[in-house]
Design a protein around this ligand. Structure first.
Ligand SMILES: Nc1ncnc2c1ncn2[C@@H]1O[C@H](COP(=O)(O)OP(=O)(O)O)[C@@H](O)[C@H]1O
Ligand SMILES: [Mg+2]
Length: 372
């Protein structure tokens, strides 16, 4: 058994079974790490027709939440399987093939995964989202570098005033209409960490009409496995827009001023050569077009006309949830991106914090036009 990869919360080991087949064991680093146990349940609950698109759980050890860390075994995907992210970024395949692969991933989700719904769990979903956001805000406040900033009500981002996280949280909590905007038409099975790095593509199938994809690594750090399909769209989008990579790879700069309240100039350097496959925005554009036109997407999207607005909320939630987890040099970038998306979400509502008793009369819609 040897270490294949060490991630943030898990280790991957390569080993052989009794028949000498290579298998991968994914093991949580700590017994308290709940997301791997959730990942195992998620995979084991897959509808039978969908199993071919996800790693098969050969053997699972769910852990005891105390001293034994959870782990599971799955088949090893050899060199013929390549991450979709690599194919896109290195332009190993044409744009057309790239789009075909993205479409195949989304088709699997929209026609095979999202239709599994959990009607009993829908009632408190908006409150659950608000609690998650609040937990992120509290964790960020507990970071000494963020404490003074979190106490301010507003900040300026690229010359545009933005509400800070706590006033927006208060607004979402106090205003029923705003809270309801977070409610999806149905509670669905969602992947939770859907983006091209978590998709393996079988190289020999690139030319097939329906290429073979393997969607791995469900459940992100925030731990959601059921809820809103817009969450999976948001994560995928944040990668295709190059925003996530610019943050992770350090392709951004931030200038800060505190003269007149906190003011930040954030620029994401999405024109870096490493991101050139994404920097003209065409891949993202085609992704949006796909969701607007593909028949398999329409069935889910048309039943939920407000879904697009919620994408901003999840882009924010993902960004803010990462602030305490990423290296210190990344945390402010993640925070500002999170604030930006949260303001965008609130700007899509018919009510705004300024019209609900907040002192400042400034209208929030102005933030809609803001850019990095
Ligand atoms: N069963 C597997 N066979 C081959 N490579 C794998 C397997 N599982 C994961 N990997 C590789 O390891 C990477 C990290 O695994 P992943 O399950 O996504 O964990 P993490 O939570 O660290 O992202 C994947 O992107 C993939 O390239
Ligand atoms: Mg992964």
């Amino acid at each position: 058994m040897h270490l294949l990869r060490e991630g943030f919360h898990e280790k991957l080991f390569l080993l052989t079974d009794e028949q000498d087949r290579l298998i991968v064991r994914k093991q949580a680093k700590s017994a308290q790490q709940g997301t791997l146990a959730a990942e195992i349940v998620w995979l084991e609950e897959l509808p039978a027709t969908m199993r071919q698109y996800f790693p098969r759980v050969l053997h699972a050890n769910r852990g005891d939440g105390d001293t034994h860390a959870p782990s599971y075994d799955m088949p090893y995907f050899d060199k013929e399987w390549v991450p979709l992210s690599e194919l896109i970024l290195l332009e190993t395949c044409s744009r057309t093939v790239g789009q075909k692969l993205i479409a195949q991933v989304m088709r699997v989700m929209f026609s095979g995964i999202f239709p599994t719904t959990y009607p009993m769990e829908a009632a408190s979903y908006p409150e659950q989202m608000i609690r998650l956001l609040e937990r992120c805000a509290q964790q960020i406040t507990a970071m000494p570098v963020f404490a003074p900033l979190m106490r301010t009500g507003k900040l300026s981002l690229n010359g545009v005033k933005q509400w800070n996280v706590f006033p927006l949280l208060e607004f979402l909590k106090s205003k029923g209409e705003a809270r309801e905007a977070l409610r999806p038409a149905a509670m669905r099975k969602v992947h939770g960490d859907l983006y091209p790095e978590n998709v393996l593509v079988y190289l020999p199938s690139l030319r097939w009409r329906t290429p073979r994809v393997m969607l791995i690594d469900p459940v992100a750090a925030i731990g959601l496995t059921r809820g809103d399909f817009a969450m999976d769209v948001a994560k995928f989008r944040s990668w295709l827009s190059a925003e996530l990579l610019a943050l992770r790879l350090g392709f951004f700069s931030i200038e800060t001023q505190w003269d007149n309240g906190p003011a930040f100039e954030l620029s994401l350097h999405t024109d870096e050569p490493q991101l050139s496959a994404l920097s003209d925005g065409k891949v993202l554009q085609e992704f949006s077009g796909l969701l607007a036109t593909a028949p398999w997407a329409r069935a889910v999207c048309d039943a939920d006309p407000n879904w697009w607005a919620r994408v901003s909320f999840y882009e924010s939630l993902y960004a803010l949830s990462m602030v305490p987890l990423v290296p210190a040099w990344q945390s402010m970038g993640r925070f500002l991106v999170g604030v930006h998306h949260l303001n965008n979400f609130v700007a899509t509502l018919n009510v705004s914090p300024s019209s609900t008793g907040h002192q400042e009369a400034e209208h929030l819609r102005t933030v809609q036009s803001s850019n990095y």
